[in-house]
Design a protein around this ligand. Sequence first.
Ligand code: SAM
Length: 218
Amino acid sequence: MLKKITTQDGSCSFYDSVIKETYHSKNGALTESLHVYISKGLDYWINLNQKLELCKVFEMGFGTGLNAVLTKRFSEVNKKIISYSSIEKFPLSFDQIKTVSLKDLSPNENKILNSLWNEIHEISPFFKIHKIHDDFFNIINKDFYDVIFYDPFAYHAQPYMWSEKALKISTNLLKKNGVWVSYCAKGEVRRILERLGLCVERISGPPGKREMLRAIKN
Ligand SMILES: C[S@@+](CC[C@H](N)C(=O)[O-])C[C@H]1O[C@@H](n2cnc3c(N)ncnc32)[C@H](O)[C@@H]1O
């Protein structure tokens, strides 16, 4: 059962009463997404790879599509071509998403939220999206993406999404020098990423979280 919530920065999200977890931080859904995924993940990679024309992003957990919309905006402001793939096991309907989405969405941004699953959609000259309706554990790709947005529900709600098995699937998707980011700062997750051979940093988190994790594939 999903309940709409308004977070500290005025942006909205959902609380899932079955797993007792929110889709975003109560301290600010928009602020969290901009900080963790856009600034510390995507912008970080772009700055390190300014000569590369294309950035391939993979998101674990499409949810409300907030990260996807913010990435599309980033691509246009920075004139970077971004190919965005996002997997979701339990897609929300467009009507559900509309109740919590940003209020100033353009028609193209609504298309991100409303487009059919399992097809590639050219949203703008800079941004295309492939929304994959599937279980993350069915992924078999390797070495494919520059940036991973790892955004499952938190550890207490979905501990298996933070297991070595899951983290290995997600980091296998990264190309060499690719960047993996998540809001999570848990020591156990950091140690697993290190065991998997990534170079892991604890960096400043969004409001309400002292730290988050960023990992680079060597
Ligand atoms: C924290 S929310 C993601 C929020 C989202 N990134 C956004 O911008 O709104 C976690 C999402 O992961 C999805 N999810 C959980 N387990 C999954 C799995 N095994 N495979 C694919 N998606 C999964 C959930 O259904 C939920 O939509």
